[in-house]
Ligand binder design. Sequence first.
Ligand code: AVJ
Length: 319
Amino acid sequence: MSSTTTFASAFKKDVLEGLTSYPKYLLSKYFYDKNGDQLFQDIMNLPEYYLTNCEYNIIDLYKKEMALEFNHDHGFDLIELGAGDGKKTKLLIEELIHQKIDFNYLPIDISQNVLDQLEASLKESYPAMSVKPQQGTYFEILEQIAEYNTRKKVILVLGSNIGNLLHPQAIDFLRKLKEVMSDEDMLFMGFDQKKNPQTILDAYNDPTGVTEAFNKNILTRINNELNGDFNSDQFLHWEVYDPETGTAKSFLVSKIDQEVTIEDLQLTTSFKQWETIHTEISQKYDDDVVDWLADEAGLKITRQYADPDLYYKNYIFQK
Ligand code: AVJ
């Protein structure tokens, strides 16, 4: 079976499961089709979405030290999970080139479209650089990487992407990363920090409605790919943040009593007025929680970098 076929059937199965559960939910990994990729790019350019700027600034401030931390006698492989547009990684790459450090760059993303653009832009800026993009889910690719394990690996997971996972899933993710790491390998990960709850709510509730469109894109995608008839105007984008647990949650709330039919699932499902579909969590962290996650996964935090406001942190983990 081709990976597209597998992906399509997983999408079907997951949508059916989510919309026949109570309460209803959809998985946030399905935001990212071509339109969703673009909307997420737009989110990263919003003034309210501080995460991208913070991490960009951290890398810009500390890239010299990072390059020294990452470097190794025989060079290293820089593996990025969820590479996206590579804007932040480019800062680091420039520094590595500047310091004449020997490295390969292996960006991994679920979107081939995103990888093609990234590769083209890197080849243009740094024609001599070794770029080996790989399309797939994190774990499909990590298994392959574990096999051609010849020199030091530095694994990047930027953007607080881990925040889409509940803690038990995050621990599982970290454990799987640990399994492909040798003693000298490093995991460099971004974690959005707990802060003024209003700042967090604003980041997921921009007045221009980009985040709303991003959240509703999952309905459009069901319409397009599974022959659904969602009317996204009849749903409200709703964000909540619990400052105690650090969990931000996104919902789509049905404004009216309505029925939705999804032909390819042979499903007609009804929504009561104000019934919800939970679509995403964006977890916020502090040092204690990150320590605990690392500990549960059998990893150690060997360094951390933060922006001046302590909005965001990047941690280096080792075995
Ligand atoms: C890409 C998962 C880090 O949760 O902040 C942005 C996705 N969702 N706005 C996040 C997202 C709504 C983002 N991550």
